[in-house]
Design a binder for this molecule. Structure first.
Ligand code: ATP
Length: 313
């Protein structure tokens, strides 16, 4: 076991998980260092929740190994659990209790109690809901209560499974700030999300999963850099798509939306060759007396990368 200060807080090595004959996770590996926020992104059913549930010690893996704070979370649950906070996709609340009673209940069983009930609710802006029954909270308010409970004992490791689903944009931003504060204070976070902006904003590193495998991993900049640059424009009316030029040997893909055809070239990441392709395109348009409306050149976004992974199957 690596006991150095920078030893991974979360380690996943060749993890497999089967449900009967179905293999939901097919040999994934990654690690999360102290104080890092790692985001697991992926298509529906990719295996993110399964992975998080194994890390939380809810089930033993079918193959490979996982470690949290150097321990096996399933067989050494008692060593790991007091230091972890969990926010599951479905919060397991007693919905007859009020919000304040729920926090009081969790505080009573919590190994550490750094915040009062009022402070706990204040952290997620639910002070004015203290006397409301949990069943009467909106979906986004329930997520906020769940986050307050997950962080109640100042855990070293926080597992957040789609923490901001159902939140309005302001609550989402406030939650991001809370998560960033926790990370600044040294908490290690593993988060799953379908919001790519959330991953871009919060994650030090991320992985994109698809059908049980990690397809891409790295910092958001590294993952995006692998995808290169894009040139897009509206195809002038009446110009057949097969008249569009090849740019650096790349053929345009076209898309028809609301009666308007848009062309897109997926180029390499090298800025010089992108500039040459652009010059070539403009030369072609000028020569043919065409005006390229909505012309844009941009780096691939995380969304482009995600869609590429999702469609590559
Ligand atoms: P989403 O983004 O939709 O929440 P996910 O990436 O979290 O998806 P998982 O919930 O881990 O995906 O599910 C991975 C696959 O395993 C899915 O095909 C799912 O149907 C299947 N699965 C999950 N739990 C079980 C179970 N208990 N029994 C059988 N199959 C399961």
């Amino acid at each position: 076991m690596d006991t150095s200060e920078n030893a991974p807080v979360i380690e996943v090595r060749g993890l497999h998980q089967k449900y009967g004959d179905f293999e939901a996770v097919k040999g994934i590996s990654f690690e999360v260092r102290p104080g890092e926020l790692f985001a697991l992104l992926g298509t529906n059913g990719a295996g993110k929740t399964t992975t998080i549930e194994i890390l939380e010690g809810f089930r033993a893996p079918s193959g490979g190994s996982v470690r949290v704070l150097g321990h096996d979370p399933f067989t050494e649950r008692a060593k790991v659990r007091p230091h972890t906070g969990l926010m599951l996709q479905e919060g397991g609340f007693f919905t007859d209790l009020t919000v304040a009673e729920t926090v009081r209940f969790w505080r009573d069983v919590s190994p550490r109690k750094p915040y009062s009930v009022a402070e706990t609710l204040g952290r997620v802006e639910l002070e004015d809901k203290a006397e409301v029954q949990v069943r009467q909270l909106s979906g986004g308010q329930k997520r906020r209560l769940d986050l307050a409970l997950a962080t109640l004992a100042q855990p070293k490791v926080l597992f957040l499974d789609e923490p901001t689903t159902g939140m309005d944009p302001e609550a989402r931003r406030n939650t991001w700030t809370l998560i960033q504060d926790l990370v600044s204070a040294g908490t290690t976070v593993l988060l799953t999300t379908h919001y790519l902006e959330e991953a871009e904003r919060l994650a030090d590193r991320l992985a994109i999963m698809h059908e049980g495998r990690v397809e891409l991993a790295g910092t958001s900049a590294e993952v995006v850099a692998q995808q290169g640059n894009r040139i897009r424009f509206r195809v002038p009316d009446a110009l057949p798509a097969d008249r569009l030029p090849l740019l650096d040997g790349v053929r345009a893909t076209t898309e028809l939306r609301k009666g308007q055809v848009t062309a897109e070239y997926k180029l390499g990441a090298d800025p010089e060759s992108t500039q040459q392709s652009l010059a070539q395109l403009i030369g072609w348009a000028t020569h043919n007396r065409l005006v390229l409306d909505r012309l844009e050149v941009r780096s691939a976004s995380l969304e482009d990368v995600f869609l590429e992974v999702a469609h590559a199957a």
